[in-house]
Design a protein around this ligand. Structure first.
Ligand code: F6R
Length: 597
């Protein structure tokens, strides 16, 4: 939700900021802006639109100066207008500020500041911060910022520059992510690592209620009472080339294609050394969106093989009720970004009730990682496309590894069975490549269906969450209304919607549990004139006689089919979105990292 970058250097900084900002566009893209200091004057250019559109309109990269800030916005407070785009300033135009987060007491503060004579030019909570710093400034900007931060309620990651002092850039954070990048005679701030990886891979993770003061030569960190803090410098392993689009037209397509290698990397990890799980009697998975779907698959895996009861909760719901957490309950937050506000809040709620936290995250150094007792990493690398693809299948891989580990600890899985199951898992990377070979066929199907207005996704058992995920992918990148349903539930309502205008995508992989039942559900659809695309197991010729179209995936054990069935659904959503001329990497209204409630 909003991306911020800032830098202080010896070189002209606008082109660097612009390039870095584009790497953060997945966080929001309704408007963008850039500020630099030229001859002790702050120069700001900002406009509505995606970063490239804004650059074309106002030529962001031509700004001069060796200190600056840039921002790409996902609006929360105030509509999408040029006035509401960041950076924002105080009355005297002495400071410029970029912000990611939400200030909850902005209305009260705005009223007090207006009463004191401050004039506002936008509807944003961010501008309130700029005026409050101005109000608190007695000549020492760092002290003024610290005082201001104590008056704010809510979340913030901030970058601040001051015309009077063009030799320092100031940053602060609370509940919204911010990292400091350390270069040679230059230093950076950014919401996320991919933005600065081309410049440096040495970073400091700023913690809550810390203020960083950056000059060309050094970075100093303070708490809000002005005490200096020592911080660890960490090295990020992701490389900037991998974070680029390479030959693919979109990040989403690149990330779909990467899944065989990201799963291969993810499955190499050893779960044993992480946390003692012997006493665990109950597991609660908390997550949002696609990560929540991964949790539903995890519930199936863990209950089936490790025989531990699992509940899967929307993090946003969990945090606002009074969940019962008994002794030996393990909380498993799942999050690609590691920054999702609701998941983080659910984790904290569970911890106050005494639960142990084992997180599954993709982004190292993220808030969820740092708040957890132990972490299992999805090794998907930077996921830039807003719609989650490779992080999802990496989450499924980690959940399966965790299941096998729990099965071993609880003696529900004999050694030889574990070895066989690991062998099956190791087949997945190659099988994903085989599933991707269906691309031309999937493209043809996308051409047949891209003008439809609705779609229904059906699955049963472990593939029911994959029906939910397929529907979510189509919705978010193509804007076609889609619903995922457990196949048998269809006749309790949605069957009323079936006609030739509503394609039904049914996951009907061959197994001895649900296959026949799903076939019956498919027949209920075709009997009513519905058009069915089946996701089926390679070699199943019979199903082709029963449905209109089939997409085949390779055969593996039932419990691993979600990892394969997901692939054609991702590709289908991607090609439909591009046929409808939508940018799948930046769906409207969405942001990759949802750091507000
Ligand atoms: C959908 C999608 C979102 C995220 C959700 C949680 O494609 O990407 O639904 O899954 O916002 O995000 P993380 O996993 O970062 O907590």
């Amino acid at each position: 939700m909003c991306g911020i970058v800032g830098a202080i250097a010896e070189r002209n900084i606008a082109p660097v900021l612009l390039e870095s900002l584009k790497k953060l566009e997945y966080r929001g893209y309704d408007s963008a802006g850039l500020a630099t200091i030229e001859n002790k004057t702050i120069v700001i250019k900002k406009e509505c639109g995606k970063i490239d559109e804004v650059d074309q309109k106002v030529n962001l990269k031509d700004q001069k100066g060796n200190i600056g800030l840039a921002h790409t916005r996902w609006s929360t407070c105030g509509s999408v207008t040029k006035e509401n785009a960041h950076p924002h300033q105080d009355c005297t135009k002495n400071i410029a500020i970029v912000h990611n987060g939400i200030i909850e007491n902005h209305s009260e503060l705005r009223a007090q500041l207006t009463h004191k004579g401050h004039t506002f030019t936008s509807d944003t909570d961010t501008e309130v911060i700029a005026h409050l710093i101005e109000e608190n400034n007695q000549g020492n900007i760092v002290q003024a910022i610290a005082k201001t931060l104590k008056q704010l309620e809510g979340s913030y990651a901030l970058g601040i520059i001051e015309a009077d002092n063009p030799h320092q850039l100031i940053a602060a954070r609370k509940e919204s992510p911010l990292i400091i990048g350390l270069g040679e005679k230059e230093n950076f701030i950014a919401s996320d690592a991919p933005a600065i990886l081309k410049q440096t891979n040495k970073v400091i993770y700023l913690d809550n209620e810390e203020i960083a003061v950056l000059t060309i030569d050094e970075v100093e960190i303070f708490d809000l009472d002005g005490n200096k803090k020592e911080k660890e410098i960490e090295t990020i392993e992701w490389d900037s080339e991998k974070a680029g689009k390479q030959a693919y037209e979109h990040f989403m397509l690149k990330e779909i294609h990467e899944q065989s290698s990201t799963i291969a990397k993810t499955l190499e990890q050893n779960i044993e050394d992480n946390i003692d799980l012997k006493e665990v009697k109950r597991i609660i998975i908390v997550a949002c969106g696609t990560s929540w779907h991964a949790g539903l698959v995890g519930e199936f895996m863990i209950e089936e093989l490790a025989k531990i009861p699992v509940e899967v909760e929307y993090a946003s719901e969990f945090r606002y009720r009074d969940p019962i957490i008994e002794e030996n309950t393990l909380i498993v937050p799942i999050s690609q970004s590691g920054e999702t506000a609701d998941t983080l809040a659910a984790l904290k709620e569970a911890r106050t009730k005494g639960a142990k936290i084992l997180s599954i995250v993709n982004v190292k150094g993220s808030s969820i990682e740092r708040e957890s007792d132990a972490v299992l990493y999805t090794k998907a690398g930077p996921e830039i496309g807003v719609a989650s693809t490779k992080a999802f299948t990496a989450q499924l891989t980690v959940l399966y590894l965790l299941t096998l580990h729990l099965g071993k600890l609880k003696n529900t899985l004999p050694k030889d069975q574990i070895a066989n199951r690991v062998r099956d898992l190791r087949k997945i990377p190659l099988q994903i490549e085989q599933a991707i070979e269906e691309t031309q066929h999937i493209k043809k199907l996308a051409k047949l269906f891209y003008k439809k207005h609705h779609a229904l996704y059906l699955g049963r058992g472990i593939n029911y969450p994959i029906a939910l995920e397929g529907a979510l992918k189509l919705k978010e990148v193509s804007y076609i209304h889609a619903e995922g349903y457990p196949a048998a539930e269809m006749k309790h309502g949605p069957i009323a919607l079936i006609d030739e205008q509503m394609p039904v995508i049914a996951i009907a992989t061959k197994d001895d549990r649900t296959y026949k039942k799903v076939i019956s559900n498919i027949e209920e659809v075709t009997a009513r004139g519905g058009v069915v695309i089946a996701i089926a197991t390679k070699g199943d010729e019979e199903i082709a006689k029963k449905v209109d179209h089939v997409i085949y995936i390779p055969e593996n054990s039932y419990i691993l089919t979600p990892l394969l069935a997901t692939i054609p659904l991702q590709l289908f959503a991607y090609y439909i979105a591009t046929l409808r001329n939508h940018d799948p990497d930046k769906p409207k209204n969405l942001a990759k990292s949802v750091t507000v409630e």
